[in-house]
Design a protein around this ligand. Structure first.
Ligand SMILES: Nc1ncnc2c1ncn2[C@@H]1O[C@H](COP(=O)(O)OP(=O)(O)O)[C@@H](O)[C@H]1O
Ligand SMILES: [Mg+2]
Length: 252
């Protein structure tokens, strides 16, 4: 078991801390973090690492002070979130880049990853919504095309690192699946929306539709399903919004 210097914190969350030691990043999970989640995050990263996409190389899954940890290569640069904060006047340019990278991800597939539709059915079942609404959502999900494109699942500007050479690395593959790209776009739309960035959310979705040549009505068919699926781990302040979207039965 390797020993790491955990003096330099790069990000702290409630249930995990991300450290940097030289050319390595160590993501240390909290004590209650299920081992299966740790191993699936590592497996996802390893699987995506087998595509031509630029992702940090997985180095090790280990234990640090009795807690699970995943170790991968450090990528020097700035996240798109940091760049947007630093240069808000360049937002449109960064958003273009953001969508281009997501479309690049969707070009690939990774057959080891879980199927998005199965994950969504499971989350609808656990959503706490009443049986009538759940039935509607399961039926709607079954009626939507089942693709097997690589979906990041948490595609947001903090999960993209732009290097000094202007290369884009996509990180944080814990939610990756194989599924329909429009569902992945709706995840991103909701991430902007839930962060209070409503204008960015709308701009993002319009740009995604334009660049992927997808009808907005088609993408919007996923909103109720993705909202319902997010109820399982929603923060209290997100619940009302998600419930509203999950219960919307008709868009057309
Ligand atoms: N390989 C890496 N190189 C440089 N910074 C990284 C790397 N991996 C993660 N980070 C930094 O740590 C932050 C959190 O890592 P991430 O894997 O996205 O964890 P979380 O699940 O908490 O979002 C990222 O937003 C980024 O700033
Ligand atoms: Mg992240």
């Amino acid at each position: 078991m390797a020993h790491y210097n955990l003096e330099k914190i790069i990000a702290a969350r409630t249930d995990k801390t991300i450290y940097c030691d030289g050319d390595k990043v160590i993501k240390v999970m909290g004590h209650s973090y299920p081992a299966s989640d740790v191993l699936s995050e590592a497996l996802n990263l390893a699987s995506v690492g087998e595509t031509p996409l630029k992702v940090p190389k997985l180095l090790e899954v280990t234990q640090v002070e009795g807690k699970w940890a995943i170790v991968w290569e450090y990528v020097a640069g700035h996240t798109l979130a940091e760049l947007i904060e630093k240069h808000p006047e360049r937002f449109d340019e960064y958003l273009e880049r953001f969508v281009d990278i997501q479309l690049e991800v969707h070009r690939f597939s990774a057959s080891r990853l879980p199927l998005l539709t199965e994950k969504l059915h499971r989350k609808i079942r656990a959503s706490g919504l009443d049986a009538t609404v759940r039935y509607e959502l399961h039926t709607r999900l079954d009626s939507l095309p089942k693709h097997t494109k690589l979906c990041h699942g948490d595609f947001n500007p903090s999960n993209i690192i732009i290097t000094e050479n202007n290369e884009a690395y996509v990180i944080d593959w814990s939610h990756a699946t194989q599924g329909n790209a429009s569902a992945d776009a709706v995840q991103t739309y909701l991430l902007f929306y839930l962060a209070g960035k409503i204008d960015a959310a709308e701009k993002y979705l319009n740009l995604f539709c334009k660049k992927s040549d997808t009808a907005k009505q088609y993408v919007q068919k996923w909103i109720s399903i993705i909202s319902a699926s997010r109820l399982v781990k929603a923060k209290p302040e997100e619940k009302e919004f998600l419930l509203h979207w999950a219960n919307v039965v008709e868009y057309e």
